[in-house]
Unconditional design. Structure first.
Length: 404
């Protein structure tokens, strides 16, 4: 039977979150033998973007998570899984309500925040997880505060912080001779944090961000800003966009005649999952990210073949993040032999994990964010081809984290 911890419990200490216990059933007759009941199922709540700009990302992460669990016979630590899904609608205002539907109504044991992709939704979900002590695994949303001031023993991220994947891009662009750059992104948490990280990395090399341009999420009316870029004539443009919005930006950038005049760079989310839609317009675009389509490893090759066979599509970074979330939970559950109620051992197992990932092996930082390689990639055909390791074993600074 499962129960939800008292929401008034202190949020940051390593205490009870939802536990499960098996039961023993006896036969009707006193002489009948005792029969051990099957362990209760683990309830996994998946709060994903199922509609709107980020819907494709929700699908990819769900596929990856289920693939990892499927490789273990559909079980975690020998226990079957029951899934509960909620469309987060990429709407921060609905995050508390949607999260509570899973925690209070469905009484899930694990919240899998699939990106929500939208960092504002992630922050709302993390707040509920801290208050209730529910185990929260984040396979995408990069809001820096989640592994900063909002860090908590029961919150883990398997993807990245917004600071992390784009920080090395400044060094890359400086090495390629760019000195004066325009930055453009959506004006919301992920865009603002990516802007700060890029600027920090680029200006350390002596470069200058001559203009920062932005528009509200999920607005895709890029033409006025592209006209401004054309007038400024910078050495290059760096940006943060993702999913359908990224495809529109790449297409509009090329249509404005900028593609062959001003080199375009970005966080890898600019080109991940969109190349079938913008193949011609995206050729040559360079990005930095914790995954690339042609990593020289047998592990990645096997993953890509398996994913394509199962889902009839090529995996991207979102699929890898979902897959690694499944691996993290599976390894931890195997470590505690399926005893989800052993919270201290479960958290310790997650903290000490080494994930043999398609992206390359990574470990968990003390702030519960991956310490991982960041790659330089270049669009060739329909792939984000591996160019080099832009930064080895990069860890998020975790500014403001005080783990209790």
């Amino acid at each position: 039977m499962s129960h939800t911890p008292n929401p008034t419990d202190s949020p940051v200490s390593r205490r009870r979150f939802i536990s499960l216990s098996g039961g023993v059933a006896a036969g009707a007759a006193l002489s009948a033998p005792f029969v051990q009941a099957q362990p209760a199922k683990i309830k996994v709540g998946m709060m994903l973007p199922a509609t709107g700009t980020f819907a494709s990302i929700g699908t990819a992460i769900t596929n990856g998570f289920r693939m990892a669990v499927g490789e273990r016979g559909g079980k975690l630590g020998g226990r079957e899984i029951e899934y509960f899904a909620v469309d987060d609608e990429s709407n921060p205002a609905k995050a508390p309500e949607n999260t509570n539907r899973l925690v209070q109504r469905d009484k899930v044991d694990v919240l899998v925040l699939v990106g929500t992709v939208h960092s504002g939704v992630a922050l709302g979900m993390a707040k509920i997880a801290r208050e209730t002590g529910t185990l929260l695994l984040i396979p995408n949303a990069g809001a820096d505060d989640i592994t900063g001031p909002m860090c908590s023993p029961n919150i883990f991220r398997t993807s990245f912080s917004n600071w992390q994947p784009i920080h090395p891009l400044g060094k890359v662009m400086a090495e390629r001779g760019h000195k004066n750059v325009v930055w453009i992104s959506w004006k919301y948490a992920a865009g603002d944090e990516s802007a700060r990280s890029f600027k920090e990395g680029f200006e350390k090399t002596g470069g200058k961000v001559v203009k920062e341009l932005g528009l509200p999420f999920p607005n895709v009316e890029f033409q006025p800003l592209l006209a401004e870029i054309a007038a400024i004539k910078p050495d290059a443009v760096a940006c943060f966009f993702a999913a359908a919005g990224a495809a529109k930006f790449i297409s509009d950038y090329a249509a404005a005649g900028l593609k062959d005049k001003i080199p375009l760079y970005g966080s890898g989310f600019l080109t991940d999952g969109v190349l079938q839609a913008v193949q011609a317009q995206a050729q040559g675009v360079m990005t930095t990210l914790h995954y690339a389509d042609s990593l020289p490893s047998k592990r990645d090759q096997e993953f890509r073949l398996g994913y394509a066979k199962q889902f009839k599509m090529q995996p991207d970074v979102y699929a890898v993040q979902g897959y690694d979330t499944g691996l993290l939970l599976a390894q931890a559950m195997e470590s505690v032999k399926g005893d989800f109620g052993n919270k201290a051992a479960l958290i310790k197992a997650m903290e000490g994990v080494k994930i043999d990932s398609p992206r390359g092996a990574w470990t968990m930082s003390k702030e519960h964010n991956p310490t991982q390689d960041i790659y330089l990639r270049k669009v060739e055909g329909e792939q984000n081809k591996f160019v080099s390791v832009a930064w080895k074993a990069l860890a998020d600074p975790g500014r403001g984290c005080r783990m209790g």
